[in-house]
Write a protein that binds this ligand. Structure first.
Ligand code: GLU
Length: 417
């Protein structure tokens, strides 16, 4: 089998190139949109609990700001690289344009192993990282949010660090904050809820009722765990789930509320009684109607794509499917809801949070979920229509829609100077 290129940024550029080709963009516009606008690499010296000092490598990349401030999460993971952050930042540009919210794309990351750090170490590292990137972030410049292994507490530290240097409380500098600190109702569930809204629409397209459908979810973090719960609440039979330590399978369906409890108590889904153990690779090949990759990039590749049996693949993660695997899934008749549409619920409610912060007027959860449903359904159907019009799959369609919007914003703004 040919060696697949798994460099996330080169994959992101290939996805962009396909859309640019379909849209007939001229070479100059392609060059402008293909590369990040700004890349900041920072050293993050951190005092460890044993008195030593460690220097972590951190990044903040702003891919594009043609339609508004850069927007996107911050990831803490041992495998974070500049190319991963560049890919994630460009996916944010296309994601925000797909759901038509007034943002560009950005992303940040620190190469570290948060599971091996104490809370105090994480706080010191986060505050120093926040201070290092404070030269480019801000409520109308670039607005971070949670991503893999960061959460509302991380955002509270960033918001506080930024605010202390400015001398006032700048709520709008990050989203995904705790509720007590200007966070939005429904933000924690938003990525999963947005994916659920897409899955409901996809079920209609595939003429398969969600109630009684079988689902497998890879990843049990903010996106995966809540997606499993929402699918379970909607009457789907969740037959498999997993986290970084391994997975569970039960053909009868897992008792998701109890799996959540087990994860809460033990830190993993592994060890849950009354289910078989499966690996993450086996989970992806589970016989099921709906597969939800909700972990990291490059999970469905040329190596395993032909064994993926799900009719609907809902990408709650960013970049879970390689371009080669994408082709295989499409040929096999799977309906793939691409990441830049499927997981856009998170950034959409981030947008609501930011708007609430700027207005100083807060919505209740009912209002947030209602608006989220409106944004997600509209985006889903715009992408579906584009896919029918151009006779392309949902990913190419989402890119065509998004790239056209960003290209038009770039064109009307004109080139400075
Ligand atoms: N990290 C999330 C994503 O990849 C959310 C970003 C945000 O809310 O800005 O979409």
């Amino acid at each position: 089998m040919a060696q697949e290129n798994l460099n996330p940024f080169e994959i992101a550029q290939r996805q962009f190139d396909t859309a640019a080709e379909k849209l007939g963009l001229d070479d100059g516009m392609r060059e402008v949109l293909r590369y990040p606008k700004r890349q900041l690499v920072v050293s993050v010296p951190t005092l460890m609990d044993d008195g030593s000092v460690r220097v972590f490598q951190g990044y903040r990349v702003q891919h594009n700001v043609a339609r508004g401030p850069a927007k996107g999460g911050i990831r803490y993971h041992p495998k974070v690289t500049i190319d991963e952050v560049k890919a994630l930042a460009s996916w944010m540009t296309w994601k925000c344009a797909t759901v038509n919210i007034p943002y560009g794309g950005g992303k940040g990351g620190v190469t570290c192993d948060p599971k091996k750090m104490s809370r105090a170490e994480l706080e010191r590292m986060t505050r120093r990282y926040a201070s290092e990137i404070s030269i480019i972030i801000g409520p109308d410049r670039d607005i971070p949010a949670p991503d893999v292994y960061t959460d509302s507490q991380t955002m509270a530290w960033i918001m506080d660090t930024y605010s202390m240097t400015r001398g006032y409380s700048a709520l709008g500098v990050v989203t995904g904050k705790p509720l007590e600190l200007g966070g939005s109702a429904g933000r924690r569930e938003a990525t999963a809820r947005g994916a659920l809204f897409c899955i409901r629409e996809a079920c209609q397209v595939m003429k398969k009722p969600l109630r009684g459908a079988t689902a497998a979810v890879q990843g049990f973090g903010n996106a995966g765990a809540i997606a499993a719960r929402l699918l379970h609440d909607d009457g789907a039979r969740v037959v498999a789930v997993s986290d970084s330590k391994g997975g569970l399978y039960s053909s009868r369906g897992l008792d998701i509320p109890r799996v959540l409890e087990h994860k809460e108590n033990t830190g993993s889904v592994v060890g849950f009684k009354g289910a078989e153990r499966v690996t993450n690779d086996e989970l992806l090949e589970t016989r099921c109607d709906i597969l939800v990759p909700a972990a990291l990039e490059n999970q469905i590749t040329l190596r395993n794509a032909s064994r993926v049996r799900a009719r609907i693949v809902a990408e709650a993660a960013n970049g879970p499917t390689t371009p080669g695997a994408d082709r295989v899934l499409h040929e096999r008749g799977s309906f793939v809801i691409p990441d830049i549409l499927c997981n856009a619920g998170g950034v959409t409610v981030s947008y609501f949070e930011w708007a609430q912060n700027l207005q100083g007027f807060f919505w209740d959860e009912f209002e947030v979920n209602k608006q989220l449903e409106r944004f997600m359904k509209r985006a889903f159907h715009e992408v579906l229509e584009t896919s029918r019009k151009h006779n392309v799959d949902m990913r190419v369609a989402a890119y065509v829609l998004a790239v056209a919007r960003v290209a038009e914003a770039t064109r009307v703004r004109g080139l400075f100077p």
